[in-house]
Design a protein around this ligand. Structure first.
Ligand code: APR
Length: 254
């Protein structure tokens, strides 16, 4: 793996415009279970619970079975070395932005500023009637009747994208612009199975970018799109990658 880390570090240093696409795998080491694979959320509950039609039919059930549990898990989650490492690359001007499928806000908590929340954010709740937004942490779900309601009486919902909903147009546009602009894309901790996020690395490839995957396992991208797969956990791989970049930067300034 060391050679691949070294190669990836040189590519990051030499890139004109580097972008990262991240998925649930980058937050597993922060205690947030992924969706697919061993121990994944969709092994425990039917993904239908996260479909907008289910929410419209029975919001109290979706709050009870999915959303309340998400708040408990996300509330105590902290950024791990992978989030912090990407923020360091951004601070050094070596990473121009992150497109994340995650709704946990850990990239921002880890110090990243240019973050496109492709599936929205769990940090905010939105009223389905007056569309007012309130911070999720303001909700006392332990005692609130479900579904929680806005002051206007409307039902609250996370400001995230449910299955069956479109990606927020602004996020979609920014993500596609970054994919078209970049000449290096790091794809970290995603199974690359959910559209349209899984198309983003393809767009980068079509635009001539190199694609480097960081994942313990191969994905559908690995054979067709990725130029390099660094097999490992995001925390350790990105920490090693950032150290290698730091060493190369130091060597080049001597
Ligand atoms: N570091 C990096 N990657 C990891 C780690 C780790 N420590 N552990 C597991 N992975 C990888 C798995 O191999 C898998 O490829 O993370 C990926 C997690 O895949 P998913 O659970 O499918 O997560 P993601 O790709 O983000 O899902 C996309 O699907 O359910 C929807 O909206 C949800 O945003 C989510 C979307």
């Amino acid at each position: 793996m060391r050679d691949r880390i070294e190669l990836a570090a040189r590519e990051i240093l030499g890139a004109r415009y580097c972008v990262a696409l991240t998925g649930a795998g980058i937050s597993i080491e922060s205690g947030i279970p992924a969706f697919r694979g061993p121990g994944g959320l969709w092994e425990k509950i039917d993904p239908e619970i996260a479909h907008i039609d289910t929410f419209r039919r029975d919001p109290a059930q979706v709050w009870r079975l999915l959303i309340r549990g998400m708040q408990e898990v996300l509330r105590d989650a902290r950024p791990n070395p992978a989030h912090v490492g990407l923020a360091r690359l951004e601070a050094w001007g070596l990473l121009q932005g992150i497109i994340t499928q995650n709704v946990d806000g850990l990239h921002q908590k880890g110090g990243s500023r240019a973050v496109v929340e492709f599936h929205g954010s769990f940090a905010r709740q939105r009223c389905t009637a007056c569309r007012r937004r309130i911070p999720t942490e303001a909700l006392d779900l332990a005692h609130a009747a479900l579904p929680p309601r806005c002051g206007c009486g409307g039902i609250l919902r996370p400001d995230c994208v449910f299955f069956g909903e479109v990606i927020p147009p602004d996020a979609l546009q920014r993500a596609h612009r970054m994919a078209a602009e970049c000449n290096l894309m790091l794809v970290v901790g995603t199974s690359a199975t959910v559209q349209p996020a899984a198309m983003v690395p393809l767009r980068a490839k079509e635009a001539g970018a190199r694609v480097i995957e960081i994942n313990p396992d191969p994905t559908p991208l690995t054979r067709q799109v990725s130029d390099l797969l660094i097999r490992g956990k995001a925390g350790a791989v990105i920490a090693a990658l950032v150290d290698a970049v730091a060493r190369l930067r130091q060597a080049s300034t001597k």
